[in-house]
Write a protein that binds this ligand. Structure first.
Ligand SMILES: Cc1ncc(COP(=O)(O)O)c(C=O)c1O
Length: 393
């Protein structure tokens, strides 16, 4: 009789899961906890969420707003999302037919891809990339096609991008501001991508979760605002980073009615809906005025300064991010065989956890001398890191 182990290896191991490994980012967080290291690996804040938001969630629970919301999102939150895009971009999204509230950008992305991608399709991704996109595409039975973002400013070669498109291309994923590089795609770059989408009849699926975390005047351009792109775009965003509530799991997807119809069907069967009282609090968050976003960006500018100074003083070569809250660094000067060996040394000896760069690459050798640090941490945590890194000099 087959043992349960051999059964798991054969009949009950879905082929689509075979290439998946544990998330390296979450593994580094686990190691950091085990070793008591300061965690600059996983991108979640160690500071408080806005008090008014926490109060709104508590009040919603106490008011018994505790049952299923409408599967595609509570109306006050959809209305608040529509109002936000009107205010910031002068865009009109119909809350009834073009907005879907999901369990974070994570669900927003996989629900959107499952809704529009067929087995055998191809999806273009810029590499290095946020680690979920590869598995997301595999779960759709599709194939990723990679296009390199080239340091130090993470531009791409337009010809390489053009070659990655083919009649099989169903979509391109664009994450701007970008994790892990901190790149903010320019209007001209986005226009080039948009032109290819039109030429090849493909969609642009954008992950704009770091929309409000930008530096040095970098402008955020949602690709849907470019000519002819409104009906060719799926925009994914979430409360996680903008409001420092990564554990709430509330995100949204904007798309034209046709696309939204398919996305809502997948979303309904995947998760039914995001937490109802947290959606109520989300409606409060999305109505925050411009001051909130200005303050958020100014605060992260200061955190970026501290962490970049600390890393540079310790001998890292930093790629200056224009957005998001990560610094990618080149660690070749330290003479380690690869990024994972270096990060293990950082955790064990220096007491700081980071993410090996290879985990953001399909072709892992491309990241073997890169390491990513996040800086969404209290000032005192960042000052502690400064002290810890100073031992490396
Ligand atoms: C680019 C990007 N997209 C999506 C996510 C996950 O978003 P959410 O918490 O809304 O699921 C992250 C989290 O780090 C991210 O960096």
């Amino acid at each position: 009789m087959a043992t349960s182990v051999s059964l798991a290896r054969s009949r009950f191991r879905g082929r689509r899961t075979l290439g998946f490994t544990e998330s390296v980012i979450r593994e580094m967080t686990r190691l950091a906890l085990e070793c008591g290291a300061t965690n600059l690996a996983q991108g979640y804040p160690d500071f408080s969420a806005p008090a008014v938001l926490k109060r709104a969630a508590i009040e919603a629970i106490e008011a018994d707003d505790n049952q299923y919301a409408i599967t595609w999102g509570a109306k006050p939150l959809r209305n608040a999302i529509a109002a936000k895009y009107r205010r910031h971009y002068g865009a009109h999204f119909d809350p009834e037919r073009e907005i879907t509230v999901c369990c974070g950008a994570t669900e927003g992305m996989i629900a959107s891809l499952l809704a529009v991608i067929d087995p055998g399709d191809e999806v273009v991704i810029f590499e290095p990339f946020y680690e979920n996109y590869g598995p997301d595409i595999k779960l759709c039975g599709a194939e990723p096609r990679f296009v390199k973002l080239l340091p130090p400013d993470w531009t791409f070669d337009p010809e390489e991008l053009r070659r990655a498109f083919s009649p099989r291309t169903k979509a391109v994923i664009v994450n701007t501001p970008n994790n892990p590089t901190g790149k903010v795609f320019t209007r001209a770059e986005l226009q080039f991508i948009a032109d290819l989408c039109q030429e090849y009849d493909a969609l642009a699926v954008t992950d704009e979760i770091y929309e409000h975390i930008r530096y040095d005047g970098a402008a955020h351009v949602p690709i849907f605002t470019l000519p002819e792109m409104r009906d060719r775009s799926i925009l994914v965003n979430s409360m996680s980073k903008t409001y420092s509530v990564t554990g709430w799991r509330v995100g949204w997807v904007l798309a034209c009615p046709d696309l939204t119809d398919s996305i809502r069907k997948v979303h309904d069967f995947l998760t039914v809906g995001a937490a109802t009282p947290l959606q109520a609090a989300g409606a409060v968050a999305l109505a925050f005025d411009d001051d909130y976003y200005l303050h958020l960006a100014a605060d992260y500018t200061q955190r970026r300064k501290i962490v970049m100074e600390a890393l540079t003083d310790a001998g890292f070569r930093c790629f200056v991010p224009s957005g998001a809250y990560y610094v990618m660094t080149d660690v070749s000067e330290f003479g380690f065989s690869d990024d994972t060996a270096f990060v293990r040394h950082l955790i064990d000896v220096v007491g700081v956890a980071a993410v090996p760069g290879s985990s953001f690459f399909w072709h892992s050798s491309l990241g073997s001398q890169l390491v990513r640090f996040c800086f969404c941490k209290k000032y005192e945590t960042l000052e502690l890191v400064r002290k810890q890194l100073s031992q490396m000099r």
